[in-house]
Design a binder for this molecule. Structure first.
Ligand SMILES: *Cc1c(COP(=O)(O)O)cnc(C)c1O
Length: 383
C-alpha cells in the first residue's frame, strides 16, 4: 500500500542517514553513495560546514519575501559571477525553474519565439522545460507541447545551420548531457554555436544544472569549452542538498527582467542562500577543483585498468562520468546496490558515476572494485 503517486520507480532501500560518501539504510547496511542525490550532495552527506550554516541561519531568519532587500542574495550572486561574463543572478528553487526563467528572459529580451534545443537533452519536468527536453520518454502522453522549441540532433553542425532563421531567440544546451547518456559536446560544434550566436545575435543558454558548481572539475563546465553563454542555469549541486536554483546572465539582459516580469515566493530564501554560500566558498577554491580533476583522472584510469575498454568505455568530465556498456545495465545496478554501491543509469546502457566531490581515493578504490566484480563476475571468480 502506498499513499504516494507512483511517478517514480522507487528502489526498496530506505536510507536514513549519511556521512560523507557513506549512507546507511534502516537496517544498518552501509552503501557508498555514487549517486549523490543525482549530483546534488556534492560535499557529501552532513558536511560539518553545511550543518553549521543551517544551524546558524535557522536561529536567525528562515524566510522573508523578495519584497525586501537581500544582501545575502547579493553576496551569493557576487560569488557566483566573479570572473565570469555574467553580471546578475536570479534565484529560484530547482533546475526546471532556473530554465523557465532563462526561457522567459530569452523570449522577452529578443522578442523572438524559437529556442533551439537538442535530442537526448534534459531540462526538467515543468511544462516549458519538458517541451525543451529532447527525450520522448519525458514528453509522451501530455498532448501537444510548446512549439517554441526546435529540437535537433546534438553535435550536428549541418542540422544546426539548417535550423537557424530570423525567429531564433536562443540556443539552449548542456555541455555534457547528464540524463541523456553522459554525451559531451564536440569542440567543433561548440565553436560553431559560438560563431552562429555571435553573427546572428542569438542568445546562448547553457544548462549547467548538473554540470555546474565544480561537478566537472571547473566552476562551470562551459569554462572547458569555446562556448560563450549569455545565460547559465544552476541548481543540483548549488545547495549541497538544500533546494536552490539560479540563473546567471550578462548585463545587456538586465532591462528585460524588470520589476513584475518574473518571480517566485521561495527563491533565494535565507536558509537556502546561507547553505549555498558555504558550498560555493568551499567548491570554488582552486585546490578543491584541482582535487576533483585529480580524482577524476584516478577514477578513469582505475576503471580502464580493471574493465576491458572494448566492452566498457568511460567518458565525461570531472566527477560526472559514464561507463557505456554493451548490455542493459539495470541488473548490474541492482547487484551493485546489494554489494553496497549506489549507482544510477543515464539511458539504458550507461552507468553514471556521480560521487560526492569530496569522495576519497580509498572510496573510489572500493567502488571500482565492486563495479568490476559486478560487471565481470568470471574474472573476479578466477582471481
Ligand atoms: C536535473 C536537471 C534539470 C532539472 O532540475 P530539477 O531540479 O529536477 O527541476 C534540468 N537540467 C539538467 C541538465 C538536469 O540535469
Amino acid at each position: 500500500m502506498t499513499t504516494l503517486f507512483q511517478n517514480y520507480a522507487r528502489r526498496s532501500v530506505h536510507l536514513v542517514k549519511g556521512r560523507g560518501t557513506v549512507v546507511t539504510d534502516d537496517k544498518g547496511k552501509e552503501y557508498l553513495d555514487f549517486i549523490s542525490g543525482i549530483a546534488v550532495v556534492s560535499l557529501g552527506h552532513a558536511h560539518p560546514a553545511l550543518v553549521e550554516a543551517v544551524k546558524q541561519q535557522s536561529e536567525k531568519l528562515w524566510h522573508v519575501s523578495n519584497l525586501f532587500e537581500s544582501p545575502e542574495q547579493e553576496l551569493l550572486a557576487a560569488k557566483l559571477i566573479k570572473d565570469t561574463p555574467f553580471s546578475h543572478a536570479f534565484f529560484c528553487n530547482s533546475g526546471a525553474e532556473a530554465n523557465e526563467a532563462a526561457i522567459k528572459l530569452a523570449r522577452k529580451h529578443t522578442q523572438k519565439n524559437v529556442i533551439i534545443t537538442f535530442e537526448q537533452s534534459f531540462h526538467g519536468r515543468t511544462f516549458g522545460a519538458m517541451s525543451a527536453t529532447g527525450q520522448a520518454k519525458v514528453r509522451e502522453g501530455f498532448g501537444p507541447l510548446l512549439e517554441t522549441f526546435r529540437i535537433i540532433p546534438y553535435n550536428d553542425e549541418q542540422q544546426l545551420e539548417a535550423a537557424i532563421d530570423g525567429d531564433v531567440a536562443a540556443i539552449m544546451l548542456e555541455v555534457i548531457q547528464g540524463e541523456g547518456g553522459v554525451n559531451q559536446i564536440d569542440p567543433d560544434f561548440a565553436q560553431k554555436i559560438t560563431d552562429i550566436c555571435k553573427s546572428k545575435g542569438i542568445l546562448l543558454i547553457v544548462d549547467e544544472v548538473q554540470t555546474g558548481i565544480g561537478r566537472t572539475g571547473t566552476r562551470y563546465a562551459y569554462e572547458q569549452t569555446n562556448l560563450e553563454p549569455d545565460i547559465i542555469t544552476l541548481a543540483k549541486g548549488l545547495g549541497g542538498g538544500f533546494p536552490i536554483g539560479a540563473m546567471l546572465g550578462s548585463s545587456e539582459l538586465l532591462p528585460s527582467f524588470g520589476p513584475g516580469t518574473h518571480g517566485t515566493t521561495f527563491g533565494g530564501n535565507p536558509l537556502a542562500v546561507a547553505v549555498a554560500q558555504t558550498v560555493v566558498d568551499i567548491v570554488f577554491k582552486k585546490k578543491f577543483l584541482q582535487e576533483v580533476e585529480d580524482k577524476s583522472t584516478y577514477l578513469i584510469e582505475k576503471v580502464q585498468a580493471l574493465l576491458p575498454q572494448d566492452q566498457f568505455s568511460i567518458r565525461g568530465a570531472g566527477l560526472l562520468l559514464g561507463i557505456e556498456c554493451e548490455e542493459e545495465i539495470l541488473p548490474f545496478i541492482q547487484q551493485a546496490e546489494q554489494a553496497g554501491l549506489l549507482l544510477v543509469q543515464a539511458g539504458p546502457n550507461v552507468i553514471r558515476l556521480l560521487p560526492p566531490l569530496t569522495v576519497t581515493y580509498e572510496e573510489i578504490d572500493q567502488a571500482v572494485d565492486i563495479l568490476s566484480a559486478v560487471l565481470l563476475p568470471e574474472k573476479t571468480a578466477i582471481t
